[in-house]
Design a binder for this molecule. Structure first.
Ligand code: GAL
Length: 391
């Protein structure tokens, strides 16, 4: 593998500081130096190490802003400049951003793809220029030039989403043990964006967990919509999910005796679209009062408040500070002439090769562990949870 070696004196020593810097702020913390990073090259604060291109998919979800800020802070602490760009969920925009990073001579690329199948040409160019590519959270597919992948155990995230649905319905207790509750419960199912490899892992983990309960009649899907080609939500958009939930309600529930008991949602933005559609159709109150059990992912602050208020039932916490740390660690390994350490070399086949990966663990968040998982770890403050927004 031909990587441009750059002089990064002290970068190894700086790593310890990097990790501390990345872990310092919570998800909502902002770094003023990143303001305006959407357009143009951000000069950063230190230049002796070279420049790293960081391509994030969108600013419409707070997690990607936090990811971008944390990666940038970590790399800057190690002595690098960072060109941080957000792609506005638009595939050509992201492709152009990466093209210009390559043209401007970045030393490494960290990419969270909008469409994991759309970056082959960019990765060919990166390879020709000797630029290592780290796939961030979402796997870049169909290219042999993805050098490393940092993410979570995405199949397990799907298992956790389905588990939280079953816990909310009372089929399982919080330890995961069956309670003997046999329903039947009416549920509807949502998946993420088909062009995001993660969506397929979340769906597989969730459906492998739910299928036995569908087969034994504990769960019923009144719409019959159980195929990811139907349940998916293009670009993970909240409005798209709200529209589909509204259609499901008016087509299969309104004017019948049927009531929705639960909804599998793979991401908090989708969850909030689902909750709004349910409320618009007359579902009200809290889960304890009978509001449907809605799952989620990302521990976005608006959803954490809904969970504290017992309106959304659960989410999955993936600590993006740890993910950023891993991306920085992997990047520095390449820049220092080595290879990052993988903890998984079998799971993530991108269609051309199995990409060496570093997988992190995730946790289910319920109302009763918001404090221990999110507040005590400094991800959100108690005030932010109370307000439902980052301060
Ligand atoms: C996925 C990611 C999720 C969620 C979703 C929507 O790729 O793994 O955590 O953020 O995108 O942004």
């Amino acid at each position: 593998m031909k990587f441009r070696k750059i002089l990064a004196a002290g970068a190894g020593a700086a790593l310890a500081f990097t990790l501390a810097a990345c872990s310092g702020g919570g998800a909502g913390s902002t770094d003023d130096s990143t303001a305006g990073a959407t357009g143009g090259t951000d000069g950063g604060t230190a230049t002796e190490g070279g420049t790293i291109g960081v391509a994030m998919p969108t600013q419409t979800s707070e997690r990607w802003i936090a990811d971008g800020d944390a990666v940038k802070a970590g790399l800057e602490a190690a002595g690098y400049s960072v060109d941080l760009q957000f792609g506005n969920d638009d595939i050509p925009t992201q492709s152009q951003q990466i093209d210009s990073m390559i043209t401007s001579g970045v030393d490494a690329l960290i990419i969270a793809a909008i469409d994991g199948t759309a970056l082959k040409a960019q990765l060919d160019q990166a390879h020709d220029a000797g630029i290592p590519v780290i796939s961030y959270d979402r796997l870049i597919r169909d290219s042999e030039y993805v050098d490393f992948y940092v993410t979570f155990d995405n199949y397990k995230v799907g298992v956790q989403q389905a588990t939280s649905l079953l816990v909310g319905l009372g089929v399982l207790d919080e330890s995961g043990a069956e309670t003997g509750e046999a329903g039947p419960f009416n549920v509807e199912l949502f998946a993420g964006s088909l062009d995001d490899n993660n969506a397929h892992f979340f769906w597989s983990g969730a459906m492998d967990t739910l299928q036995p309960y569908i087969d034994n009649g504990t769960l019923v899907v009144p719409s019959g919509e159980m195929d990811i080609n139907v349940t998916n939500t293009q670009q993970w958009k909240q409005e798209t999910a709200q529209t589909r939930m509204d259609t499901l309600l008016t087509t299969y529930y309104v004017g019948t005796d049927l009531k929705v008991d639960g909804v599998l949602s793979p991401y908090d933005g989708i969850s909030r679209g689902i909750i709004t559609a349910l409320q618009n159709q007359g579902y009200s109150g809290t889960v304890a009062d009978g509001f449907p059990v809605v799952t989620g992912q990302d521990a976005e602050i608006a959803s954490v408040k809904l969970i504290a208020d017992d309106v959304q039932f659960a989410t999955i916490f993936k600590d993006t500070r740890k993910l950023a740390d891993q991306a920085v660690t992997a990047t520095l390994a390449y820049l220092e002439g080595g290879e990052p350490e993988a903890n998984d070399t079998t799971t993530y086949d991108n269609g051309v090769k199995v990409v060496p990966s570093y997988l992190l663990e995730s946790d289910i968040v319920y109302a009763d562990n918001i404090q221990s998982l999110l507040v005590d770890s400094g991800y959100w403050t108690a005030e932010e949870v109370e307000a439902g927004q980052a301060s």
